[in-house]
Structures are given as structure tokens and as C-alpha cells.
Write a protein that binds this ligand. Structure first.
Ligand code: F6R
Length: 612
């Protein structure tokens, strides 16, 4: 949700800012802007509605904008429509202060009214402009931008990552954060801020994570950080070993396709280091077997696709552990007075580690005494840092807005964790444990066989892309998987799509099945295959166009009732969604391609949702 970047150093700032924004564009892409301080200490601000390319064209790649210090922003609008005026950076009335912001200033109206009463004139409809105006107001009073910043932070409420430049301070800029991600980058004779590492790795791999309440003063010679009480803070530095190419398309037409194809490797990196001679070991886990034995209830909280992983987790963990497991949308969890105490284990799932609703749910659970284990992709993210334990999915940077490899690695890790816990609790037999571990290790290879032949999916996408409504049906794990297949399709192709538990159709929704309705019928879950068949026949009788998905073992049977059948290799029933998801991702991708959609950047969406 909005990406911010800042640079100070010997190079020209504008091209560096534009390149950084290009890597952050997945976070928001309805407008973009940069502000650079010229050698004569004049603020140069360029911004425009639309994709970053519009801005790039406007500023001719940034070369004509001279200056060695600047900030940039790519926006996902919350307050005020996407237009040139509402784009960031926002500049104060007298042009001394420019601000980029990710988050929401909740009390902006009250501050705006206060400033207007002081004669300040506002140009935009945004909450961010109050930051620029209030800073200048305080700066006029104290002539010290750092002091003005602290006064501002005392006054504003909400979530923010802020980058601030002041023409009176041409050699340094200021950054601050609360509940929104912000990284500091330490280069050779240059320094950076950015919303995430992808914007930095072309320049430096030496980073630190700014914490809530901290303020950073960024100069080309280094970065000093002070806490909310203005005391100096020694930041722990981290080395980022991601390859630059990991954040590039590498010959693929879209990041989404690249990331779908990266799944086998990402799974190997996530699973293999945690299995030794057939035994699962989580060396990074502090949660003790004794603590596990005290657990009476497990909650899984997450949003979107991560929540769908949690839905599969509910079925699998409950079955393996014989402990009640409830998967709750993070945005609901915090308001439902959840039954959480010291005997509750909360599993938090998040690719970005920054999703605000998930973060809020985590804090709610923690405050009520639960132990928090998070499954996170972005190292050092807020959720990772606030959890009692963090297990990383080693998927590497995921750039496409629609998640694929993060989903798959989250799922593998959750299954691995469930099995590990079951073994500790003695709720799984040795035979079943061995069988699942063995199958888990073969998932990446089997996935490669699915990816080796995408032609049937391309043909089916060409056949179905004109449908305007789709139902995904299935039972048990197939239902949970259908939720993800449906979300993938709708978010990137804009086709209306719903996932239903097959048995529930007859309680109302089947009235929507008319001749020609596309139904994606999932018959992957072996124990309920016969029921899946009955449901296929049931919707077929109402004229539905069926696209079935099953395993090699059941393919022939499925083909007896319907023509279009996608087939994946068999694996252990609990792991079958890990293979089933791949054709669903590819189907969504190729349908969106046929429809000419902007696959990596679907309308109205952003990769990291740091607002409520
Ligand atoms: C869908 C998708 C989203 C995310 C959701 C949670 O393809 O990517 O639904 O899964 O916004 O994001 P994280 O996992 O970063 O908390």
C-alpha cells in the first residue's frame, strides 16, 4: 500500500528514486512522484497520475532534475482520488517541506481544521498534506526540523512511514515510522530509505529496520536513529542475500508466471532444510514441547490467500493434532472478542509480514496471553519481529500482486509444522508420519511435472475466458483450495467467481447454476472423490459447463462424466492441495492473459495492505 524511497549521496538522486519506485510499484500504482533538492536548495517536485512510466516520461528518466537528495512515492489512494494534486510528495505552503507517506493519518481532519484556522491553505484532499503543513508550521516556530518532526509525531495518530525533506536542510532528510514498514539502507557514501528491500538491493544489501516510534536522520555519510524519547538507538544491521535477479522478470512476460514457475525451488528451500533423515526439525523454533502440550486451542489468523492457507491448515492440523483449530480472518478476529488465553496458540500467516489487519490480530492475541508463531516471507518484517517465534518461507521476493509462491511455501510450512507437532504430541502414527514426510519431499518434483506442460491450460483458458461468472466447488480440502482458485481468477481476470463447499450448493446457490455457467469442480481429495463426482453430476444436470480437476488415480472415472479434466499427480491426501493449486494459478493467469488484463498489477489492488 504505497511505496516510498529516499536517497542522499554523490549520484543524481532522480534516476535512483525512479528505479527504486519501479521496484516498489507493485505496492501501489495509481500515481507516482519525486521531490529532489537542487544544488541551489530549491525543491523540485514532479508527480503525476497513472503508472510510473507516465512520471518517467514526464521527467525524461530523471536526468534533467539535478540534485543529490530526494524522496519518491508510488501511491495506492486512500484519501482523495488518484490525480496529480493528490499524488505524493506533498509540499508545505511555503515550499520548505516535502513529504512522502505510506499509511493513514487518522486525525488529519482535526489537524487540517486547526491549520486552516491559522491561515494555512491546503491544495489536496489527502491526509498526508497535513504532515507537510504541520511540519512547516512547527518548523517556522522552532527552526529545527528534527524538533518539528518530534512535535509532529506527538500530534498525529494512525499508521505511517514518512520520508521528509526540508530545503533548509539540504544535506539530510528525515524518516519515521509507526505501523508501516520502513528500511534504512547503508551504501558507500550514500544512504537510503525504502518500503522494502527490493528497492535497495541494486545499491546496497546492508539494511536496518526502523522500529515504531523511531526517527532516522539520513545523510550520505550515515544514518542516526533516535527513539520516541529522543534517545540514540544502535540499529542492528542485516545483510540481504537476495539476488538482484530475484526481483526481475528474467525473460518471463509477467512476474506472476515467473513466480508460479519458481514454486518448486521455493518449496525445496522451505522444506528441505527442515527435514533430516526423514525427521522434521525446526531448529529456529523456541516453542517447547511442554508448551505445546498445554495448548487447548489453536487459532490461525491471516488475510486473503494467506487465510486460504489457514483454511487448509484447519482441516489438516485438527486432523493431525486432535486440538480444535479455528481459522479466522484477521480483520474479523480483532473485533470478535476471541477466546484466547495462555493455553491458546495463534498461528499468524503473512507473506509481507506487514498486513495491518493481521498485525492488529497478532497484537490482540498477544495481549490476551497467546503464544504467537508466525509464518512469514519477508525477513525482518513487523509481524516477524512481533511474534514469539517466526518461521520463514524461503520464497524470495514476490512481486506480482497475486500471490503464488508465497501461498505454496506457506502451505508446505504449515503442513510441516502440523506434522512436527503431531509427532511431539504422539497424535500421528509412525507409519503415517513417514508417509507424509516422504510425500512432502516429492511435492517440488511433482510440481515440476505439472509445470512442464501448460498447453492444456492455455487451451482451456482460451475456451473459457469469456465466461462472466464462475463457481469453484469442492469438499473439505478441495473446498479450501477452491477458495484460493476462485480468488486467483477473480483478482487478476475480473471475472465474478465464488467458491462453494459442494454440499452447500443445494441450500441456495445452485439456483445460480444455469446452462453455460462455468463450474470448476475439484475432485482431488481422495477420501471424498465419490461425493465430488455426485456434485459434478448434480451441476451438470443444471446445464453447467464443467472444468474438473482431479488426480491421476481418478482421472479415468472423472472423464466418464465430463470432457474437460485437468489431472495432477497423486500425493498424500493432506498434501494434495499443494499440487492442485498449480493448475488453478495457471488457469487464472492464462484467462487473464486472454482478457488482456494487467496481470501483475490488477486494478484497485496493492501487494502489501498496510491500512485497515
Ligand atoms: C491474493 C493476495 C492477497 C494476500 C493478502 C494477505 O493473491 O496476495 O489476498 O494474500 O493481502 O497478504 P499477506 O500474506 O502479505 O499478509
Amino acid at each position: 500500500m504505497c511505496g516510498i524511497v529516499g536517497y542522499v549521496g554523490a549520484e543524481q538522486a532522480a534516476p535512483i528514486l525512479l528505479d527504486g519506485l519501479a521496484r516498489l510499484e507493485y505496492r501501489g500504482y495509481d500515481s507516482a512522484g519525486i521531490a529532489v533538492v537542487s544544488p541551489e536548495h530549491v525543491l523540485q517536485v514532479k508527480k503525476s497520475k497513472g503508472r510510473l512510466q507516465v512520471l518517467r516520461d514526464l521527467v525524461e528518466g530523471g536526468k534533467p532534475i539535478e540534485g543529490h537528495l530526494g524522496i519518491g512515492h508510488t501511491r495506492w489512494a486512500t484519501h482523495g482520488e488518484p490525480n496529480d494534486v493528490n499524488s505524493h510528495p506533498h509540499v508545505s505552503q511555503n515550499g520548505r517541506v516535502a513529504v512522502v507517506h505510506n499509511g493513514i493519518i487518522e486525525n488529519y481532519l482535526e489537524i487540517k481544521e486547526f491549520l486552516q484556522a491559522q491561515g494555512v491553505h491546503f491544495r489536496s484532499e489527502t491526509d498526508t498534506e497535513v504532515v507537510a503543513q504541520l511540519l512547516e508550521y512547527y518548523f517556522n516556530d522552532c527552526s529545527d526540523i528534527l524538533d518539528a518532526m518530534y512535535r509532529l509525531l506527538d500530534r498525529i495518530e494512525g499508521a505511517y512511514a514518512l520520508g521528509v525533506i526540508c530545503t533548509d536542510e539540504p544535506d539530510r532528510f528525515i524518516a519515521a515510522r509507526k505501523d508501516a514498514p520502513l528500511l534504512l539502507g547503508y551504501g558507500e557514501g550514500c544512504s537510503f530509505i525504502a518500503s522494502d528491500v527490493t528497492a535497495l538491493i541494486a545499491h546496497t544489501r546492508d539494511v536496518a529496520y526502523l522500529d515504531d516510534g523511531e526517527v532516522a536522520i539520513v545523510t550520505k555519510d550515515g544514518i542516526t536513529v533516535t527513539d520516541a524519547l529522543r534517545q540514540p538507538v544502535e540499529k542492528e544491521r542485516h545483510f540481504i542475500d537476495w539476488d538482484v535477479s530475484a526481483a526481475e522478470k528474467g525473460g518471463y512476460p509477467h512476474f506472476m508466471l515467473k513466480e508460479i514457475f519458481e514454486q518448486p525451488e521455493a518449496l525445496r528451500k522451505t522444506i528441505f532444510p527442515r527435514v533430516h533423515a526423514g525427521r522434521i526439525a525446526f531448529e529456529e523454533l523456541k516453542f517447547s514441547p511442554d508448551a505445546l502440550r498445554r495448548v487447548r486451542r489453536i487459532y490461525i489468523v491471516a488475510c486473503g490467500s494467506s487465510y486460504h492457507v489457514g483454511m487448509i491448515g484447519k482441516y489438516n492440523l485438527e486432523r493431525l493434532l486432535r486440538i480444535p483449530v479455528e481459522t479466522v480472518l484477521a480483520s474479523e478476529f480483532r473485533y470478535c472478542d476471541p477466546l484466547v488465553d495462555e493455553t491458546t496458540l495463534v498461528l499468524v500467516i503473512s507473506q509481507s509480514g506487514e498486513t495491518l489487519d493481521t498485525m492488529a490480530a497478532l497484537r490482540e492475541a498477544k495481549a490476551r496471553g497467546a503464544y504467537i508463531i508466525s509464518i512469514v516471507n519477508v525477513v525482518g518484517s513487523s509481524i516477524a519481529r512481533e511474534s514469539d517465534d517466526v518461521l520463514y518461507t524461503w520464497a524470495g521476493p514476490e512481486i506480482a500482486v497475486a500471490t503464488t509462491k508465497a501461498y505454496s511455501t506457506q502451505l508446505a510450512l504449515l503442513n510441516l509444522l502440523g506434522l512436527y507437532f503431531a509427532d511431539e504430541l504422539g497424535t500421528v502414527t509412525q507409519t503415517e508420519y513417514d508417509a507424509i514426510v516422504e510425500q512432502l519431499l516429492t511435492v517440488p518434483g511433482k510440481m515440476e511435472t505439472i509445470l512442464a506442460d501448460t498447453e492444456p491450460l492455455q487451451c482451456l483458458a482460451a475456451h473459457y475466458f469469456n465466461h462472466d461468472s464462475v463457481f469453484f466447488i469442492g469438499r473439505n480440502l478441495d473446498y479450501a483450495l477452491g477458495l484460493e482458485g476462485s480468488l486467483k481468477l477473480k483478482e487478476i481476470s475480473y471475472i465474478h467467481s465464488e467458491a462453494y463447499a459442494s454440499g452447500e450448493l443445494k441450500h441456495g446457490t445452485i439456483s445460480l447454476i444455469v446452462p453455460g455457467t462455468l463450474v470448476v469442480a475439484l475432485g482431488l481429495y481422495g477420501p471424498l472423490f465419490d461425493k465430488a463426482m455426485s456434485n459434478v453430476i448434480e451441476v451438470q444436470a443444471r446445464g453447467a459447463d464443467i472444468l474438473a480437476l482431479t488426480t491421476e488415480r481418478h482421472a479415468a472415472e472423472m472423464r466418464k462424466v465430463t470432457e474437460h479434466v485437468l489431472v495432477v499427480p497423486d500425493t498424500h491426501a493432506l498434501l494434495q492441495p499443494s499440487l492442485g493449486v498449480v493448475p488453478l494459478q495457471l488457469f487464472a493467469y492464462y484467462v487473464a492473459l486472454q482478457r488482456g488484463c494487467d496481470i501483475d498489477k490488477p486494478r484497485n489492488l496493492a501487494k502489501s495492505v498496510t491500512v485497515e
